[in-house]
Design a protein around this ligand. Structure first.
Ligand SMILES: [Zn+2]
Length: 224
C-alpha cells in the first residue's frame, strides 16, 4: 500500500509514521477479517484540523473526523489516539471496498455498517456494547429505528447529527448481528462474495441462505 501524504499537514514525522503504522496494520486486518486485499494504491491525506474544517465542514451536517471520496481525507491530530485509529480504519474499509469493487454503489447501511464493525474490530471491540444495544432498543421503542431500505442512500451526510449517529449505530448493529449470529468467517465470505458479484441479494442468499427482509426481521427480534 502506498501512502501519499500531500495535504499540507505540518505534523511531526512521528505522527505521520504513527498514521502509516496504523494503516499498514489495518490493511493486514482487512484481509484477515473480511478477505479484502485491494491491490490499487490507496491515497491518504491528513489535514491540519482548521484546514479540514474550512474545506470540508460544509459537506456534513455533523462533525466528521474523516471521510473517503476517492482519497481518504483525515482531520489531523497531534497524537495517534484510539479515536484516530478508529477513523483511519473506518475510512480504510470504505477505500478497500471501492478499490475491490470500483464504481459500485453499496447501500449506506452496508458500507457504513461494515466500516463501523471493522473499525471497532481493529481496536479489539468485538460486539455492540451494552449501552449501544440499549440505545438501539430505545430507538426501536420510540420509532427512530428505520428500515434498512430507507438507509440505502450511499451516504448519511444528509442526515442531521442525531439521525446520522443513530443511522450509523443501526448499520453497525445489523453487521454485528450477522457476525454474532452466523460467525465472522461467514461475514468474511459474504464480503468477498459482495465485491466479486457486486450483488447484495445474491451474496446474502449464497452465504446466509436468506434474503435481507428475513435477516432484518431476525435482527429486530433481538431488540426487545
Ligand atoms: Zn463511513
Amino acid at each position: 500500500m502506498a501512502i501519499d501524504e500531500s495535504g499540507g499537514f505540518r505534523g511531526s514525522r512521528r505522527f505521520e509514521q504513527g498514521v502509516l503504522d496504523v494503516l499498514e496494520r489495518g490493511y493486514e486486518q482487512l484481509d484477515d477479517s473480511l478477505g479484502l486485499r485491494p491491490s490499487r494504491k490507496l491515497e491518504v491525506v491528513v489535514y491540519d484540523p482548521a484546514i479540514f474544517d474550512r474545506q470540508f465542514a460544509a459537506r456534513f451536517r455533523f462533525a466528521a473526523a474523516g471521510f473517503y471520496a476517492g482519497v481518504i481525507r483525515i482531520r489531523g491530530a497531534t497524537q495517534v489516539t484510539t479515536g484516530l485509529v478508529r477513523v483511519l480504519n473506518h475510512e480504510l474499509l470504505h477505500a478497500a471496498l471501492d478499490a475491490e469493487a470500483p464504481s459500485t454503489v453499496f447501500p449506506g447501511w452496508l458500507n457504513e455498517g461494515l466500516a463501523e464493525w471493522f473499525e471497532a474490530r481493529t481496536v479489539g471491540k468485538r460486539h455492540l456494547s451494552g449501552p449501544e444495544m440499549d440505545a438501539l432498543e430505545r430507538g426501536r421503542r420510540d420509532g427512530r429505528l428505520v428500515s434498512l431500505a430507507s438507509l440505502s442512500t450511499p451516504s448519511f451526510g444528509n442526515l442531521g447529527p442525531g439521525a446520522a449517529s443513530f443511522a450509523y449505530l443501526q448499520s453497525y448493529g445489523m453487521v454485528d448481528f450477522l457476525a454474532r449470529q452466523y460467525g465472522e468467517r461467514k461475514l468474511r465470505e459474504f464480503t468477498q462474495s459482495l465485491v466479486r458479484s457486486r450483488d447484495l441479494h445474491r451474496s446474502l442468499s449464497r452465504v446466509y441462505r436468506a434474503d435481507l427482509a428475513s435477516l432484518e426481521t431476525r435482527f429486530l427480534a433481538e431488540l426487545n
